[in-house]
Design a protein around this ligand. Structure first.
Ligand code: MG
Length: 277
């Protein structure tokens, strides 16, 4: 083979590679959508509808568990400005600034104070809460780090030290208090930080009757413990308390059960439907 022929072969091969690359680039750009595809059942949109709005962009937290850009941060380790205290027992009915103590990036339940509730109200929500029961064990059953995440001030996900601490199953950590135990006990040891990631759908009322019950999905330390489970009614001790009509949004409450449970990194996102602009 002459030098010229060899050069022509090399040039032809290079051209082929270039053309193939160009061709594959063309193949990798897809249409932005379609207007001639079937309409999706129950939706106003076609399959791959070119007119369907894109969801808002959200920047995730830098680490898993940290608030994304659209979260409402309820406690960032500094102050309780998003909260107020609701008196109970001897101070029933009193509301005012929280007496709960803030230190070292967390806040601590103060023994004789009341519950803590958010100034803002929430209905359907994604909620992230981190909590830790006291490291020292000075009680048993319901007296080991009892507190509670009470959605809409009525529907409680129990907070309790359930590490080798028997109590009634529907009152242990991550239970829907008085209604359902968690699917598994994913508790960490006393004193260790634990997480709840909660997806809550608020009840809907028609007049004085409940048209749609509240339901909840809960991950305890990343482990699924409730999956869209319906609340039977409101949180109560030793009784079944039915639903009572309330607002579409209500304050989130953290329970004071006279134990030194700590909380940190609390944030919430309101849930919106698909295609919300
Ligand atoms: Mg409780």
């Amino acid at each position: 083979m002459s030098v010229r022929s060899a050069s022509l072969i090399v040039i032809a091969a290079a051209t082929c590679v270039f053309l193939l690359a160009s061709d594959s680039k063309q193949q990798r750009s897809s249409a932005p959508g379609y207007d001639d595809t079937p309409v999706l059942p129950g939706q106003p949109w076609r399959v791959h509808d070119i007119k369907r709005p894109h969801p808002p962009v959200v920047t995730p937290g830098a680490q898993l568990g940290m608030p994304p850009s659209d979260a409402i941060v309820l406690f960032d380790g500094k102050d309780l400005s998003q909260w107020e205290e609701v008196g109970k027992r001897q101070t029933a009915g009193r509301t005012g600034p929280p007496n709960w103590k803030v230190e070292n990036g967390y806040f601590l339940i103060a023994g004789s104070s009341g519950d803590l509730r958010t100034k803002e109200r929430f209905g359907d929500m994604q909620l992230h809460v981190e909590w830790a029961a006291p490291p020292e064990i000075d009680g048993s059953g319901q007296w080991r780090g009892n507190s509670g995440v009470i959605l809409m001030g009525r529907y409680e996900i129990q907070v309790l030290d359930s590490w080798e601490n028997p109590t009634y199953a529907d009152g242990q950590a991550a239970s829907i208090y008085g209604q359902y135990p968690p699917l598994v006990n994913a508790s960490r040891k006393p004193g260790e930080w634990q997480t709840y990631d909660i997806v809550f759908e608020a009840p809907r009322f028609e007049g004085n009757t409940v048209a749609k019950k509240a339901n909840v999905t809960v991950f305890h330390n990343g482990v699924l413990v409730h999956h869209r489970k319906e609340f039977i009614g409101q949180m109560a001790h030793k009784i079944i308390k039915p639903y009572e009509p309330h607002g579409a949004e209500e304050p989130l409450v953290l329970q004071n059960h006279d134990t030194k449970t700590r909380y940190r990194n609390v944030w919430v996102r309101r849930l919106k439907p698909y295609d919300a602009r």
